[in-house]
Design a protein around this ligand. Structure first.
Ligand SMILES: Nc1ncnc2c1ncn2[C@@H]1O[C@H](COP(=O)(O)OP(=O)(O)O)[C@@H](O)[C@H]1O
Ligand SMILES: [Mg+2]
Length: 374
């Protein structure tokens, strides 16, 4: 399942292309479900085939986005015919659509990034449909998406986070100057301003002086009425660690991202080719071990399952700050998540196999759970 309504639609196409290209066809029969930007579900005629997010973004820019496919919908109730293929031709007019066939699915891999895909919404539907699915459940996905809630949980588990404040739209609209003054009194510049729920650095600004703070909060507010404003970690090095597993998860070797720009913004992530990654990251052993241990604590703190990528900021004085957890990280063959596992001895296809097995295990465990009093 890929695409989705979020601003990370294109990134998901690239992730899905890699998953489909690396699926063992002796074990799995893939069904490609594309979620269009307007939210319609389509049984794709042609699976995505891009090698990277940059390719997809370029394809879309040139207007040749994959379009074909029959409309499908998912039943939010347990049953064998999870997926319904809708054929409007049979019905003729819109509201007389004909349900043609029901398709049973054994397990779903929701390779979706951002809101409406990585945030627990799709996971909730899959729970109702009682289908096994790869990755984190409803709660972990929702918490993993919301930077404000995530910070509260991480702090409660003793992880170090950069000082931050939260700004809600009504408060911002009603008392803009007071909010700016409060931030000036509470935090030190430079600051990062972020939509609470998003990814791919969309809507994020680095702010060095009070006069540009307002515009940054306005920008982030376009994407989410809840905005996070936090200290910029001085001389931050970006250290990332991959987690794989359910109740006894493992952490990969840590890796480092060296962004091409001032920080790892959308361009540095997907457009410019100047960003580099180094695996393993060159770190003192005790810090590398801290990164791995804290990644497992963060995964447990959100009640993670399957996979996640945990991102840290290491200050110029070697203080380790946890930045965020991504419950469905970029998943192309050149993405950090898969490369971290490759460097830890688990190749791309094996990662997919493990994720599918973990999904089926978790689902059968849930089925064994008693849901009624008697
Ligand atoms: N507190 C911070 N200090 C320094 N750099 C930061 C900070 N927060 C974010 N950044 C920079 O912005 C990038 C995107 O922020 P992040 O919180 O990871 O959002 P996203 O979920 O969109 O990836 C980070 O990879 C890093 O380059
Ligand atoms: Mg990030």
């Amino acid at each position: 399942m890929y695409g989705g309504r979020s601003g990370e639609h294109e990134v998901s196409l690239a992730s899905a292309a890699a998953v489909l290209a690396n699926l063992d066809r002796d074990k799995y029969e893939p069904v490609a479900i594309r979620i269009e930007k307007d939210g319609r579900w389509v049984l794709a005629d042609r699976p995505p085939s891009a090698a990277s997010a940059a390719d997809v973004i370029e394809q879309v820019r040139q207007g040749n986005r994959a379009r074909g496919g029959r409309e499908v919908m998912m039943q939010a109730r347990p049953g064998d015919d999870t997926l319904l293929v809708v054929d409007r031709r049979a019905g003729g007019s819109d509201d007389a659509a004909a349900i043609v066939t029901g398709l049973g699915l054994d397990v779903i891999f929701p390779v979706l990034h951002g809101p409406y895909g990585e945030d627990g919404t799709v996971q909730g539907l899959l729970e109702l449909a009682d289908v096994a699915y790869v990755g984190c459940g409803v709660l972990a996905s929702a918490v993993g998406m919301d930077k404000a809630v995530m910070k509260v949980l991480f702090k409660a588990r003793g992880l170090r986070i950069a000082p931050w404040v939260q700004v809600r739209q009504p408060q911002w609209t009603a008392e803009r100057d007071a909010v700016i003054a409060h931030i000036g009194a509470t935090l030190k510049y430079p600051l990062f301003v972020k939509p609470a729920n998003l990814g791919s650095s969309l809507g994020i600004s680095k702010v060095s002086t009070p006069d540009t703070l307002g515009a940054a909060i306005d920008l982030a507010g376009v994407f989410d009425p809840k905005v996070v404003v936090e200290h910029a970690v001085k001389g931050a090095r970006e250290i990332e660690c991959a987690v794989l597993g359910n109740d006894t998860p493992e952490a990969s070797v840590p890796g480092e991202v060296i962004p091409s720009g001032d920080f790892y913004d959308y361009t540095a992530k997907y457009i410019s080719s100047g960003s580099r990654i180094q695996i393993p990251a060159s770190l003192p052993t005790h810090i590398a071990e801290d990164v791995r241990q804290q990644s497992l604590i963060a995964f447990d703190a959100i009640d993670g399952a399957g996979l996640a990528r945990v991102d840290f900021l290491l200050s110029s004085t070697n203080r380790l700050f946890i930045n965020e957890i991504n419950t469905m990280p970029g998943f192309t063959t050149i993405s950090m998540y898969t490369q971290l596992w490759a460097a830890s001895g688990v190749d791309y296809s094996t990662v997919i196999d493990r994720l599918i097995t973990l999904a089926v295990d978790r689902h059968s465990g849930q089925r064994r759970r008693q849901t009624s009093a008697s």
